[in-house]
Ligand binder design. Structure first.
Ligand SMILES: Cc1ncc(COP(=O)(O)O)c(C=O)c1O
Length: 421
């Protein structure tokens, strides 16, 4: 499944002891395995090899340009949601014709940048956005390639915060309104309709909601065809889940088989926007035990907090936590907490863990997706380093931020005085 394995009770990433990296870069840090990333991309992409398709990695899940380049080298494109992600994708060398742009709140400036870059298509999420795209495309004297993100009102059966395909969610155009919007778009001089898109949610552990939305999209595409609107691209978004604890998500093969079966009679290029399934289990967060304390409960206080990995605090998400050096320690129930001044700052709660002492290293597993990319400077903590392992070597792909970087761009107006009190 992944390349974080024990050899003689020492955790390795591929052929490199994790402790060696910790010694070199300090803690906390994110650690990714190039072999796992490559295997995950290849397994996913090959599952669709029999049909015309494009795998556009969801940049938001893990945005480091080294990782984007790794996927680009394997033929991948990018699913972006901001001008910043467009910049990253281009910096990583991703072909603009392999970039799709989703998101409910694209600004005129962002739309212009995407049009200038010549991306494959913008996934439009509202009629007002369409009007802005028309204006921007006209100003640039070109035709904007668009797809509309249709909201199929399908329950993805996942955490409420990452459900996106229900009618009550903010995303997409309700499927009942979509035909009218396509017909309106068809009349716009600077719009080229390319596709239909949808993304119903993240961390889906069943195939059925994907199939359910595909069935709805197919019948919608047939309606479009009756109106003379031919679709060349069908974008099914991302969302395939991974195993964090005891989940049993479908393998990419099973997911692909179900989709290909439904797609059999559709003549268009399939676009996929996987994020988590490619990177989630390919990355871990390494943290060091600072202190332990015992009162009513036992706490293991580590040097990584909710600003470094938000998922446990934000979604009550489970991440397996393992000792980097495994011994025959006694097990104990403890909360693993960070240094942030919030009770919500935890990485695990009431978890059976090995007895640890100050200085021990812990690996927070399955942290590659929505880990670093959701991290922040809260409590004025510099964001941590990111390291990519390749065989028995490692590469610092993002340096730890400095104290100076924390105040970069800040200034003290003159009326507050030249020197402090
Ligand atoms: C439009 C879109 N595409 C793709 C993804 C990636 O989802 P996942 O990481 O679950 O594959 C997301 C995530 O929220 C998204 O919003």
């Amino acid at each position: 499944m992944h390349d974080f394995q024990y050899k003689n009770n020492t955790l390795y990433c591929e052929d490199l002891p994790v402790a060696t990296v910790a010694e070199a870069v300090g803690t906390p840090f994110y650690l990714y395995s190039a072999a796992t990333l490559t295997r995950h991309f290849t397994a996913f992409d090959r599952a669709f090899a029999s049909i015309p398709h494009l795998t556009c990695f969801a940049v938001k899940s893990c945005a480091n340009i080294a990782i984007l380049r790794l996927f680009a080298n394997l033929g991948g494109g990018a699913d972006i949601v901001s001008e910043g992600e467009l910049f990253r994708a281009r910096a990583a060398g991703i072909d603009p014709q392999k970039i799709v742009y989703s998101g409910v709140g694209k600004t005129a400036v962002e739309i212009r940048a995407a049009l200038k870059a010549g991306i494959l298509m913008l996934n439009v999420e509202s009629e007002q956005e369409l009007a802005v795209i028309q204006t921007e495309a006209a100003a640039l004297g070109l035709k904007a390639p668009v797809s509309f993100r249709v909201n199929p009102d399908v329950d993805p059966r996942t955490h409420a915060y990452i459900s996106t395909g229900l009618a009550k969610n903010k995303f997409g155009i309700p499927i009942g309104d979509a035909l009218r919007v396509y017909l309106a778009a068809q009349k716009l001089p600077n719009i080229t309709i390319k596709g239909v898109s949808c993304h119903i949610g993240s961390q889906l552990i069943q195939v059925s909601p994907f199939v359910e939305s595909l069935v709805k999209l197919k019948s919608f595409i047939a309606q479009l065809a009756e109106q003379g609107i031919a679709i060349t691209h069908l974008d099914l978004g991302g969302g395939l889940g991974i195993r964090y604890n005891d989940e049993e998500p479908p393998e990419p093969d099973e997911y692909a088989r179900a989709i290909k079966m439904e797609l059999a009679d559709l003549d268009c290029t399939l676009i996929l926007e996987p994020g988590r399934v490619l990177v989630g289990n390919a990355g871990v967060l390494i943290t060091k035990v600072l202190y332990t304390k015992e009162g009513l409960k036992k706490f293991i206080i580590v040097d990584a907090g909710m600003n470094d990995l938000a998922r446990p605090s934000l979604y009550n998400a489970f991440h397996l936590i393992q000792a980097v050096e495994r011994q025959d320690q006694e097990q104990t129930v403890a909360d693993v907490v960070g240094p942030i001044c919030e009770t919500g700052d935890f990485l695990a709660r009431e978890r059976l863990l090995p007895q640890v002492t100050a200085g021990d290293l812990l690996a927070v597993m399955s942290a590659g997706a929505y880990g670093f990319s959701m991290s922040s400077n809260y409590n004025s903590r510099p964001r941590v380093a990111e390291v990519l392992v390749h065989g028995d070597g490692f590469h610092l792909i993002r340096a730890r931020e400095t104290k100076e970087s924390l105040i970069q761009g800040e200034s003290i107006p003159e009326f507050l005085g030249k020197h402090g009190a």
